[in-house]
Design a protein. Structure first.
Lengths: 541, 401, 522
């Protein structure tokens, strides 16, 4: 045994992906340490008590994409994770009515009929088509993307697997897939629905976390990204992690500990040490060094290659690619402690609709104009809001009778036309959002006990997500599959021997999936010729 | 854009009740309900055997109000329907009903249903599945108006050998002269009843259609009149036995509606469901015509058969094996023990070329007795006709029993 | 009733004429039926003010393969060029114009790094566009229910991509679905260069520079290089003269062209096209009917949805063809002055698109069915190359202007037109001060006018948006990209079919070849 700073593997960042990779490396018997800059773990998968008695999932706030294969394989439930499904959803309209999205099929049909019978019928076709496409993608989430330029038999085999999946869709299914991957959600929904409020409700998933508008081609795919998760086999369903999203990282850390891995907090990495084309370890911000032949970064690719790695250790083209990597902040977040459950105009407080995602924009045009603001480097004056009150489902997050509200906001630019964000800007942004909600909830303002407002500035500074982009890189085709993060680097291996990427900047991307972390661990263990430990995906049939 | 004023009020209930619900709830001793397209519907109200024999022995009443119903009207309604259906709907004269299927472009069945020609340029389409979206796209280029009238039309199936007598006793004079697949209106209170000689039981029977306001008066009149003819309300479970016995297919059980499947290639063409007689290539264009012509030329993938299965264990969910018991050649879609015909019947979808009339195949059956599972291989012979097809089903005037 | 023809072609647009010439050469008895009194469709020269003529539709010949010009011997049939291989000048209000001539980017203060970057970009894009051009010359392959020819086509496409080399293959797979805003920003520092490239990507589409797909539409445009064009060309006598040469070539090969013979409908009997009915009521029979009209007009208007499967109808209704480009024709008393521009370059293709942001802002209102407050413009002064188009000493400007949505909120009223024209003129004033006082007459054609003049649904000059989901095997709709429509004997040969719009002629030629091949194998 060498010094205490000598390990087999270092993982930079204790987000859910870093912890997942570390857990598998430790499980394989490698002496593994996770280095975390913050005094707490979790990255963007955290629960914070910022107001006494209240737990905020103050970054990511709902859970669906977390791969069940990993949850089961790492025994996360035994380590404290419980994901509780929630249902419902509602979009409030300016005329005082709303569109409710029930989880019960027939109730949903009837509510849609209230707005348009044709749309209620077309919804069947819409869900079938979405399901077809998620079934195409899901088997590839837990696989490393092939290199299309390689003629190696293993890569050709993997490519053939893609080809086969496409062929199984049939010729029309293939065309629909291309439409899905390239169309704007607005155009896409126009092919099914006539009612604006319905389209608007559906379109939300297509722009969340994305610097694109509802009329921007490519947004239909983002919708798919939000639909490809499941809770207990119910595809497209979402749930809350009991105790907040920190329960996910907490369980992963506990699993890591059970395999003998270590986590150090307050241990920000300043530099990855490279000698003779091989990683040697890392230097910490406090000047210490930690050594290991394996260094895995869960930071986003731009941060990894431009902040903690030296340009002279890297191919110039890679540095250029890292700078060009699109990682655009487009979202803000409010976390609010409430003295009671707010009333919403026209909606009974006991309605199951309130237990789901609630929205305050009722037309695609308003959504698109919200995006125009982002393009002009302003936060949206009439913002799109995805708000939830998880304390209606999870009894652990606020004192009895009190509530916690999480409010996700599009759009919020990383930099304003007036320059950097200031505290005053942030407060004004918070006011814009609170006013927007108050239009549909007269008693909301009076119930606010504490409020945390996070713009891309806060998210970047506190969590380390560049520009506050929740997916660690836009989900456009030039940054998906074998292009994620850059062509030639999609198989989790970095440009230096012993260096790997395990964050959401790699395939299959963000959304608290833990798939990048698991896939990365699989590649590392394969390079080390260690037994394969990481599970593949369940059959979707 | 919709405005609040024109939009119906929000109804937060999870399930709706049909107009007949108060009576059915009162009669439902077993309180066994299920969700049929958002409506509280009876699965069984009494012992299933008693309900079944009400169909085959007396008069059984089943509430079909949740069935999807569209009103189709306008100068192009016939042309529109003729392009929709695979059969020639021009042959369904006013006052008649026709059974048919419609397909997608690939000639795969979307659904089956009955088409009521209720007046000049006026039709009602009844189906299991909702299809307004498909009707909308099919209607482009036609002067036709389509209205979903599922919620505004109350309907009962009145089936069984004494059903005609019951209706006569209720005052529907001349009902016995109504021919199979014919429909006729009768005045009733301040409105009317539309009666068609149709059903899903393969027996003598009628379906009665009326406004929701007349639903309870209809029920009461019917049960008063039918008392001596041993009228009995039934649930879906008994009806299902009767329909399998009669050899009727059902969407979702015997085929996947073409637009609902997420797995490519799981749907079936009319030929593959044994519905060749419903496809008319001589009538001109209909959706799926090109694909079905191509299928007729190159051959189908599957054959749909009725099987007479050895023994008395229903071949539910069974794999069907070829003659040598080695190769799986298909699967059972519906199976039941038929209490009247005393036969063990199954319907199955088989790979071509299996399933020729008279061919002997094998059904792999699993059954459980007191927690002990047993596997048997039972002979299964392809039948050409349903096991139960009584003459009274077709006789006009309808016989009195 | 006459049935002296094997083949009826509806519409004498350039694709219809190419199709006619190709089939006639193969021995078919072809008649082309044209509603207008001249052939050409959107390739047309028209007098818009007394003494002033202009190419009223397309004003450049840019993508029509040089090999096809030679194959059809268009020079022999009268085609002459007034200008060839024009450079593009991106005009700037401050006079620091940027000139793009092939791979060469030049401006007084353009840095060497950007000059080099543009040269490399130009060559790189040309290599990708060449792959695309190769696929454009063939019918699109079917992917699932494919025959040997489809598989061969796919292999060829795969091989062409692979032979780009590993780096370029990776790059094209990355940027293929990207947006031009990001790509141009990655490659260039100079704002003028970025916006000039982005402008070419969105011209003729309804997309803005941030729309993924716009790199594809840029590649699409740049197939011109592979077809032998160093830049846009202008025929003597305008595009109408080009159409005349095509018509002469078709006629010389034995095709008959009937003008003022508009087709009212296509006759379908038992799922088979048997002929057409003319506006006059006359019926013409033929075993092959080919439509040069756009897919919506052909299938909805001429065939009628009743003769088609409903799912196919749904796909046809889903074709995006929202016309966004307008044309402005100006009759000028004198040549306008363009401060900062070398007089020798005034005849170039001139582009007015100040910045990426400005391009985005020009597009934004179109999302809400409004026109650009500050439109972006492509223009040329054809009279500098071909004085015959205007009285001596006078000039003509032909401009393509975006964004002017076909479905303008409130409609294209006289007031809306006047306001839009004023906004265009205001933009022109920024680079051509005093131009307003030179205008003796003007004509603004917005998308509804283009729809009525050329019979194109939505006034979309490509017969359908150029985007990935509407190209190759998805054009016009999936399963029917190989020119044969789901009615026996009915074919589509216009820009709505693969490889699409622009004056390219390949849809017409590919369609003809497919018909010839089908007969040969039957």
């Amino acid at each position: 045994m060498g010094s205490t700073n000598q390990y087999d593997a270092i993982v930079i960042g204790a987000g859910h992906n870093g912890l997942t990779t570390a857990a598998y490396l430790a499980k394989s018997g490698l002496r593994t340490v996770v280095l975390e800059r913050n005094p707490y773990i979790g990255g963007a998968t955290v629960s914070r008590e910022l107001h006494s008695g209240w737990t905020y999932s103050n970054c990511s706030y709902v859970c669906s994409l977390l791969r069940p294969e990993i949850t089961r394989d790492l025994e996360l439930p035994r380590h404290g994770l419980q994901v509780i499904p929630y249902g419902g959803g509602v979009t409030f309209t300016r005329d005082g009515d709303y569109f409710g999205n029930y989880s019960d099929h027939e109730q949903q049909y009837r509510e849609m009929c209230r707005h348009s019978k044709r749309d209620a019928n077309a919804y069947e076709r819409f869900s079938t088509d979405v399901m077809k496409q998620t079934r195409l993608i899901r088997p590839f989430l837990m696989r490393t993307p092939p290199d299309p330029t390689s003629l190696h038999p293993s890569q050709l085999r993997e490519l053939a697997r893609f080809g086969k999946a496409f062929a199984e869709l049939g010729e029309e299914g293939f065309a629909d897939a291309l439409r899905f991957w390239t169309a704007s959600i607005g155009d896409f929904l126009d092919g099914y629905f006539e009612t604006d409020v319905l389209k608007t409700h559906m379109a939300g998933s297509a722009i969340i976390g994305t610097a694109l508008g509802v009329y921007s081609p490519g947004t239909a795919y983002v919708l798919l990204h939000h639909y490809m998760g499941d809770v207990d086999g119910s595809i497209g369903a979402w749930g809350f992690a009991r105790g907040g999203m920190g329960a996910v990282s907490g369980a992963l850390q506990s699993a890591l500990f059970s395999f003998g891995g270590e986590v150090r907090v307050d241990a920000g990495v300043s530099r990855v040490i490279v000698k003779n084309g091989q990683t040697q370890g890392v230097a910490l911000e406090n000047g210490d060094e930690v050594h290991a032949p394996l260094v895995v970064s869960s930071l986003d690719p731009r941060r990894t290659f431009t902040k903690i790695m030296a340009a002279e250790d890297l191919p110039p083209k890679l540095v250029q690619a890292a700078r060009n990597f699109k990682i655009r902040g487009s979202s803000g977040k409010l976390n609010i402690a409430l003295d009671g459950l707010p009333h919403f105009t026209g909606l009974d407080q006991r309605s199951p609709l309130m237990k789901g995602d609630m929205h305050c924009i009722d037309s695609l045009e308003r959504m698109e104009r919200a995006y125009d603001d982002w393009k002009a480097k302003r936060w949206s004056r009439d913002p799109y809001i995805d708000m939830l009150i998880p304390t209606q489902v999870d009894p652990t997050m606020a004192p009895p009778g009190k509530h916690m509200m999480t409010v996700f906001v599009q759009y919020c630019p990383p930099e304003l036309s007036t320059g950097e964000w200031t505290d005053a800007d942030r407060d004004a942004f918070g006011k814009t959002v609170v006013d927007q909600i108050s239009r549909h909830s007269p008693d909301f303002k009076n119930l606010i006990l504490h409020m945390e407002v996070r713009t891309p500035r806060e998210i970047e500074n506190e969590v380390g997500l560049t520009e506050g982009n929740i997916f660690m890189g836009e989900l456009t085709f030039d940054q998906l599959l074998f292009n994620r993060p850059f062509p030639g680097y999609a198989q989790y291996r970095g440009p230096v021997k012993g260096m790997y990427l395990c964050g959401s900047g790699s395939h299959p991307g963000g959304g608290v999936m833990a798939a990048p972390g698991a896939n990365c661990a699989r590649e590392i263990l394969s390079d080390l010729r260690r037994p394969a430990l990481v599970p593949g995906s369940y059959s979707d049939d | 854009m919709n405005t609040l004023a024109t939009r119906p009020a929000h109804d937060p209930r999870a399930m709706l009740e049909t107009p007949f619900h108060p009576r059915i709830a009162a009669a439902n001793g077993l309180q066994s309900w299920y969700n049929w397209k958002g409506y509280v519907s009876a699965e069984r109200l009494d012992q299933i055997e008693f309900e079944y024999f009400a169909i085959r022995n007396a008069t059984a009443v089943f509430d079909i109000s949740p069935m999807t119903k569209y009103r189709i009207e306008g100068p192009d309604s016939e042309a529109f329907l003729n392009r929709l259906f695979t059969r020639d709907v021009r042959k369904i004269r006013e006052g008649r009903v026709g059974y048919g299927v419609w397909c997608d472009d690939a000639g795969q069945v979307q659904d089956d249903g009955t088409l009521f020609h209720t007046g000049p340029d006026l039709w009602r389409l009844c189906s299991q599945e909702r299809c307004l979206d498909w009707l909308h796209w099919s209607a482009l280029g036609y002067d036709v108006r389509i209205t979903d009238e599922t919620a505004s039309v109350a309907a009962l199936a009145v089936q069984g050998p004494t059903s005609c007598s019951t209706l006569r006793a209720m005052g529907l004079s001349g009902i016995e002269t109504l021919k199979p697949f014919e429909l006729r209106s009768f005045p009733f209170h301040d409105g009317e009843l539309m009666v068609s000689r149709t059903g899903f039981t393969g027996d003598l029977g009628y379906e009665i259609w009326t406004s929701t306001a007349l639903a309870l008066p209809l029920w009461d009149a019917l049960f008063a009149a039918g008392e001596h003819f041993l009228i009995k309300p039934i649930g879906s479970a008994a009806l299902n036995i009767a329909r399998i016995e009669a050899g009727f297919i059902m969407a979702g059980a015997d085929f996947v509606p073409a637009e609902q499947g997420v797995r490519h290639g799981r749907s079936r063409s009319p030929f593959e469901l044994g519905l060749d007689w419903l496809v008319d290539f001589d009538k001109g264009q209909f959706t799926g015509r090109r694909a079905l012509l191509a299928e007729r030329a190159s051959g189908s993938r599957y054959r749909f058969v009725k099987l007479d299965v050895e023994g008395n264990k229903p071949a539910t969910n069974s794999f069907i094996f070829g003659a040598g018991q080695r190769k799986v050649v298909g699967t059972v879609t519906s199976a039941v023990w038929c209490p009247t015909a005393k036969s063990n019947v199954a319907m199955a979808s088989l790979d071509m070329p299996y399933g020729r009339p008279g061919e002997e195949l094998w059904a792999e059956i699993y059954y459980m007795r007191e927690l002990k599972w047993t596997r048997v291989m039972a002979r299964a012979k392809v039948m050409e006709t349903p096991v139960f097809d009584p003459p009274r089903r077709r006789q006009t005037p309808a016989p009195r029993f | 009733m006459t049935d002296t023809h094997d083949v009826i072609i509806i519409g004498a647009g350039h694709n219809g004429l190419v199709c006619a010439a190709t089939l006639a050469k193969a021995g078919r008895r072809v008649v082309v039926l044209e509603r207008a009194d001249r052939p050409g469709g959107a390739a047309r020269t028209r007098t818009f003010a007394p003494g002033y003529s202009v190419s009223s539709g397309a004003h450049f010949l840019n993508q029509f393969p040089v090999s096809l010009i030679e194959e059809l011997q268009l020079a022999k049939h009268g085609l002459r060029f007034a200008a060839k291989g024009l450079a593009t000048v991106a005009l700037q209000a401050d006079g620091r114009h940027l000139r793009l001539d092939g791979a060469k980017a030049a401006a007084t203060d353009l840095g060497a790094v950007d000059q080099q970057a543009f040269a490399e970009f130009h060559a790189e894009i040309a290599s990708y566009a060449a792959v695309l051009a190769g696929a454009f010359g063939r019918r699109p392959p079917r992917l699932v229910d494919s025959d040997w020819r489809d598989r061969l086509g796919l292999l060829k496409l795969g091989w062409d991509i692979r032979t780009l080399g590993r780096d370029r293959m990776r790059e094209v797979l990355r940027i293929g679905l990207m947006n031009i805003h990001d790509l141009a920003s990655e490659r260039f520092e100079d704002a003028r260069l970025r916006s000039a490239v982005a402008f070419d990507a969105v011209l003729g589409t309804s997309m803005g520079p941030r729309a993924p797909n716009t790199v594809m539409s840029y590649l699409y445009r740049r197939t011109a290089d592979a077809f032998g064009h160093a830049g846009p060309s202008i025929p003597v006598g305008g595009m109408g003269a080009f159409a005349d040469a095509l018509a002469a070539a078709a006629t010389a090969r034995g095709a008959e062209i009937r003008l003022q013979a508009g087709v009212a409908s296509i006759v379908v009997h038992e799922g088979r096209a048997t002929g057409v009915v003319l506006d006059s009521g006359e019926v013409l029979n033929a075993s092959t009917v080919i439509s040069n009209a756009d897919p919506r007009t052909t299938l909805k208007g001429l065939v009628g949805y009743r003769e088609l499967d409903a799912g196919f109808v749904r796909r046809v209704e889903g074709i995006r063809m929202r016309g966004m480009a307008a044309k402005l024709h100006l009759a000028l008393d004198a040549l306008p002055s363009i401060p900062g521009l070398d007089a020798a370059n005034a005849g170039d293709r001139l582009v007015l698109c100040p910045s990426l942001e400005g391009l985005d802002e020009a597009m934004n209102p179109s999302k809400y069915r409004q026109f650009s407050a500050e439109p972006v413009i492509e223009l040329c002064i054809p009279t500098l190359h071909d004085p015959s188009l205007a009285p001596p000493g006078k000039h003509v400007i032909s401009a393509v202007v975006q964004y002017a949505p076909v479905d303008l909120e409130g409609g294209w009223t006289a007031a809306a037109r006047a306001e839009f024209e004023a906004r265009i003129m205001a933009r022109l004033e920024t680079v051509m001060p005093g131009i307003g006082s030179l205008v003796s007459s003007s004509e603004l054609c917005v998308a509804p006018d283009i729809q009525s003049e050329f019979g194109i649904h939505g006034g979309h000059w490509h017969h359908g948006e150029i985007s990935v989901d509407q190209l190759l095997m998805m054009r016009p709709v999936v399963l029917f990209s190989q020119y044969a429509m789901p009615i026996d004997g009915l074919w589509l040969c216009g820009a709505g079919a693969h490889p699409g719009g622009g004056v390219m002629g390949l849809a017409g030629r590919n369609c003809a070849q497919e018909i010839i091949r089908k007969r040969a194998s039957a």
